[in-house]
Design a protein around this ligand. Structure first.
Ligand SMILES: Nc1ncnc2c1ncn2[C@@H]1O[C@H](COP(=O)(O)OP(=O)(O)OP(=O)(O)O)[C@@H](O)[C@H]1O
Length: 343
């Protein structure tokens, strides 16, 4: 049984003005998040990502559909029962949402108070959490004395205080610089592997997905347009929006601007080879060209490492006898996908 099971979920917000039309923020979404995984949801601003996660912890009620969290149907559930479900769900935010008038200790104590954990148990639990997030010496600091990365660590400690099964992360690294982003992502990975907590994270950055997610769903206009294991989605994106996201990390064919310059420099036939199968070595492919006296230059592209598997697109300029070029490409097609680059 998935930890989170979403079926045909829809969320409609009423029109903001008289005569206006309602906004369908989430439109018929189906998703399964298995226990123990890191599930990424990626999409541009307005795609409906935040609304979807807010439905999962019932900060907003769904208009229709079904959402099961750890087996409990939460759509239509009463407030009292929802509070019990929410106790198993932690959440972290882009702007950290810490209480500035409370110390780090006080911020982490807050969910413990709400959950009715006796005060005598707070000190030990908070100390454990602060050690885990690497802020053992900051218990008495106030949020405005901390860096962004430290504030998010406090956010994570606070979200973990009541030992949730599920952690929802809403653009948790979007306000951080690239180096701090990597540190916070590493901490989230630790939350997942060492504490066994399932994580759903939403982001507009493929880098975040690539770094820690196991599975990913792409959202556009309230719908999930594509989902699957991260490697599959990166190496074989189907939908144009997914291709656009993937191209922010992995070069595909050269864009029009680059192509113009490349054509001025190279007069051969341009083809893009997609390397996806780990059993196929680049040297095998190049050997097919060399054996037929086809000269080649790598003009665009690169190879990426996604969770230990490599793939990428290399655009080559080929020169030689056209019949030999054709024959070589025939042999190359047996090894990798070959696409012509439009003249
Ligand atoms: N409380 C609300 N009332 C009315 N419309 C809303 C409300 N919350 C979100 N929306 C609308 O729902 C759509 C989806 O918004 P949502 O915030 O879920 O997208 P998102 O993908 O998370 O984007 P962002 O990263 O910019 O938050 C948008 O058109 C937004 O204007």
């Amino acid at each position: 049984m998935p930890l989170v099971e979403i079926r045909d979920v829809r969320k409609e917000f009423p029109a903001r003005s008289r005569g206006g039309s309602p906004t369908v923020a989430v439109d018929g979404v189906d998703l399964d998040v298995e226990a123990g995984e890191i599930f990424g949801i990626v999409g541009y601003s307005g795609a409906g990502k935040s609304t979807l996660v807010r439905l999962v912890n019932a900060l907003e009620p769904a208009t229709s559909g079904s959402i099961r969290v750890d087996g409990t149907e939460i759509v239509g559930l009463g407030e009292r029962s929802l509070q019990r479900v929410r106790r198993d769900i932690g959440m972290i935010f882009q702007q950290f949402n810490l209480m500035n008038s409370r110390t780090v200790y006080g911020n982490i104590a807050f969910p413990l108070q709400v959950a009715g954990v006796p005060k005598s148990e707070h000190r030990k639990r908070i100390s454990e959490l602060l050690h885990f997030v690497g802020l053992a010496d900051k218990a008495l600091a106030y949020p405005d004395q901390l860096s962004g990365g430290q504030k998010q660590r406090v956010g994570i400690a606070r979200a973990l205080a009541t030992s949730p099964k599920l952690l929802l992360a809403d653009e948790a690294t979007s306000a951080l610089d690239p180096e701090t982003t990597q540190e916070v992502l590493a901490l989230l990975k630790q939350v997942n592997t060492e504490l066994g907590i399932t994580i759903v994270l939403i982001t507009h950055e493929m880098e975040v997905i690539k770094t820690i997610a196991d599975k990913v769903a792409v959202m556009e206009d309230g719908k999930v347009i594509e989902q699957g294991p991260v490697f599959d989605l990166f190496s074989r994106p189907q939908h144009p929006a997914t291709r656009r996201f993937v191209s922010t990390l992995v070069a595909d064919q050269p864009p029009e601007r680059a192509l113009q310059v490349l054509r001025e420099r190279h007069d051969g036939r341009f083809v893009t080879l997609a390397f996806r199968d780990p059993a196929v070595r680049q040297s095998q492919v190049f050997a097919e060209l060399i054996s037929r006296d086809v000269a080649f230059e790598l003009v665009y592209g690169g190879i990426e490492d996604i969770q230990g598997e490599t793939f990428g697109n290399l655009t080559l300029s080929l020169t030689g006898d056209p019949t030999q070029v054709e024959a070589a490409l025939g042999a190359v097609r047996a090894l990798v996908d070959v696409r012509e680059v439009a003249a």
